[in-house]
Design a protein around this ligand. Structure first.
Ligand code: MEV
Length: 434
């Protein structure tokens, strides 16, 4: 599966309908699937099945980032996001990455952690040993509770017992179960498993079970991506490539030593990852929780990416983070547009999706750092702001771009000026139908 090429110079110049048509042709969307792009996909009746007390729907832009190559495959990246510059930045960074062959990505097996908390335990060490001795019985109970995951090759992958002799609520034991959830995000499966084996744990420890729930710090389900870009490919007007590399490394250095910067650095990474998560019906709060907890795993909050200069001057970069995402179950299937987004991505497994999302995070970070290290991010924002002002002045179709370009070139992004430019433009080229 997949597209022949994700490269489309000037994609941003097309109308939404033209872009949708091109994407539909590339990935073979049926007319019904293509029509969901306009309708938003989810009916109120469908929404009413997803959550409680529904009164309507809330639309957000669905966009596609172009130019991506991940592990030798061409990928179109669907993104649901309301923030200007995120999609453009990502497409641009993906184009720069092509100069070095795109992104290489990998991932671990989709193993999640479930936690069973036990209190009122007389002897923590003896209780821990008793749980370990019951591992086979726990495996059997766990797998009996999730036959469909076992049928697909997933299932129990071991357990660990950790002791907390001193907590504000007294001594306690935590039994961590490791469960391969295959192509699901896995929260439901893991929670089911925790509840199913809790009585065995209570019996083995003689204690009282309290929590039975997955951990969102999915650090056994990491994905990573790497990129290598020749310095000259990173050049920007007035900024030779080596200077851009230098600026990116300086930005990285601040994120390494300062959590205030690292939080913003990682926020930019999650701009891209969350947008793909939402488009594919995945739980972006779970991804956020995992990413930030993982960023702080060494006791200090750190950036999720690393950037360095290669011996030949090229920029090297790597991201690694937990990515608990699914392509089956939950909203990935319940939301008709999430299925379309998965088809656009051309992914068949949760691991493939996670690998693309890792590459998206790395690319989004590159886009931000390159902009910050050169002209700053406001110029890009200004172009979008100018388009909004052009539309407010009444520009339609190709007029929007023409008026916006003039506003930016003049450095005067005001409604009154937009109206003047529009008037002059229409005097030369009356709009269709006028
Ligand atoms: C804005 O949403 C994201 C950035 O602030 C990220 C960064 O500073 O690295 C541009």
């Amino acid at each position: 599966m997949g597209v022949q090429t994700s490269r489309y110079p000037g994609f941003y110049r097309l109308s939404p309908a033209e872009r949708a048509r091109w994407v539909a042709e590339q990935v073979g969307l049926s007319p019904e699937e293509a029509s969901l792009l306009e309708s938003g996909g989810l009916t109120v009746a469908e929404a009413d099945h997803l959550v409680e007390n529904v009164i309507g729907r809330f639309a957000l832009p669905l966009a596609v980032a172009v130019n991506f190559q991940v592990s030798g495959r061409e990928v179109l990246v669907p993104m649901v996001v309301e923030e200007p510059s995120v999609v453009a930045g990502l497409s641009h960074a993906a184009r720069l990455a092509r100069a070095g062959g795109g992104f290489r990505a990998g991932s671990e097996e989709p193993v999640m952690r479930g936690q069973i908390q036990v209190v009122d335990v007389a002897d923590l060490e003896a209780a821990a040993q008793a749980v370990r001795a019951r591992e086979e019985a726990i495996r059997a109970a766990a797998e009996a509770a999730t036959p469909s995951i076992v049928a697909r090759g997933g299932g129990f992958r071991g357990l660990e017992v950790r002791r907390f002799p001193e907590t504000p609520a007294g001594p306690m034991l935590v039994v961590d179960l490791f469960y391969d959830v295959r192509d699901a995000m896995g929260a439901n499966a893991v929670n089911t498993v925790c509840e199913a084996v809790a009585p065995l744990v209570a019996e083995a420890t003689g204690g009282r079970v309290v929590l039975r729930i997955l951990s969102n710090l999915a650090d056994r389900r990491r994905a990573w991506a790497e990129v290598r870009i020749p310095a000259e490919a990173l050049a920007a007007p007035g900024f030779p490539g080596e200077r851009v590399v230098q600026g990116i490394l300086e930005a990285q250095a601040l994120a390494e030593v300062d959590p205030y910067r690292a939080a913003t650095h990682n926020k930019g990474i999650m701009n891209g990852i969350d947008a793909v998560a939402i488009a594919t019906g995945n739980d972006w709060r779970a991804l956020e929780a995992a990413a930030h907890a993982y960023a702080a795993r060494e006791g200090r909050y750190r950036p999720l990416t690393r950037w360095w200069r290669e011996a030949d001057g090229a920029l090297g970069g790597r991201i690694e983070l937990p990515l608990a995402v699914g392509v089956v179950g939950g909203t990935t299937q319940a939301h008709p547009l999430a299925r379309v987004a998965l088809k656009i991505l051309g992914v068949a497994s949760a691991r493939e999706l996670a690998e693309i999302m890792a590459a998206v995070g790395l690319a989004q970070n590159l886009a931000a750092l390159r902009a910050l290290a050169t002209e700053g991010i406001q110029r890009g924002h200004m172009a979008l702001h100018a388009r909004q002002i052009a539309m407010a002045a009444g520009a339609v179709g190709p007029e929007v771009e023409a008026v916006a370009e003039r506003l930016v070139a003049e450095g005067n992004i005001r409604l009154a000026r937009a109206q003047e430019i529009l008037q002059a433009l229409r005097a030369d080229h009356p709009p269709e139908g006028a």
